[in-house]
Design a protein. Sequence first.
Length: 236
Amino acid sequence: MKIDGSVALVTGGNRGIGEQFVRALLERGAAKVYAAARDPRKVAVPGAVPLRLDITDAGSVRAAAEQAGDVTLLVNNAGISTGASLLDGDLADFRREFDTHVFGTLAVSRAFAPVLARSGGGGLLNVLSALSWISLPASAAYCAAKSAEWSLTNALRVELAAQGTQVTGLHMGYVDTDLIADVRAPKSDPADIVRAALDGFAAGDFEVTADATARQVKSALSAGPAALYPQLAPSA
């Protein structure tokens, strides 16, 4: 799918990776870019079209699909990170993660699938994570939700193929945004991640592994749990 001349909508387009997507899409010649956010007043990218959207609210999703009926490229980027751990994390935080990453992504994808079909198929890009493939007990809610969103992305790819919609999943490690400002680990520049994502999308890739972390984790999947979780190895 061509980005030049497209009409794009980016959920969570007011900050972080989402804001970088809005900027990059405009730079690559998108005819219009809707920057969707719960508070559209926070959209700061010149040339973007602010759009009110709470992906966890069914009425808000319907209204956005009606208002942005010319979309040809949907970027499902909106997300949260509650930091809920496996055994001690609040179950309400687990539900919030799933309501956002899984049910929210599904609701937006369902609402815009007919819009994309009317444009001849268009494209859909889901912002996932290397944590779709590996689980950290300290952030188990996020990992589990992203894993489920990866499965959802695969199902969308198959389901929407009949209408000609290209579906791409984006995976990466830690990215330097305010979402994980407290994480003390190497982080990628969000502009680099978005550049890799759009390059892969334009090339028709089903999945984009945008950094070394994502590539390393993906390559370990076929080796089994011991390759992903070295702490499981028996003591010498």
